[in-house]
Design a protein. Structure first.
Length: 107
């Protein structure tokens, strides 16, 4: 069974970061909070500083244990953060939300 790779292209935010450049104006790589839709219909949330590489890891079964058992279909949303700490805090907040409110977190 082939899984079609469908990437949601994140838009740069008002943080002054460019997706073309892996470095922010402070010399640090930006971090992303992402939301994946899995084959079973569930969402999986995580953080990374390289969205394409991390999604490929999930697809190949080398990502999180959850996505090994529930293969990912597509990235449905991403949000850009200046550092890992901010992305981790946002991830914890997202994971506390009910499913119906998770997509709204990214707007």
């Amino acid at each position: 069974m082939a899984i079609k790779l469908s990437l949601f292209k994140p838009e740069p935010t008002k943080l002054g970061l460019s997706l073309e450049s892996p470095e922010s104006s402070l010399g640090k790589a930006p971090w992303f909070l992402y939301l994946i839709e899995c084959k079973n219909g569930a969402y999986y949330a995580g953080i990374t500083n390289n969205i394409e590489s991390r999604f490929s890891a999930h697809l190949s079964g080398k990502g999180a244990r959850y996505t090994r058992a529930n293969p990912p279909l597509k990235i449905v949303a991403t949000k850009l953060f200046a550092d890992r700490s901010a992305a981790s805090i946002a991830e914890a907040q997202l994971k506390k939300l009910p499913r119906i409110k998770k997509l709204g977190f990214f707007t």
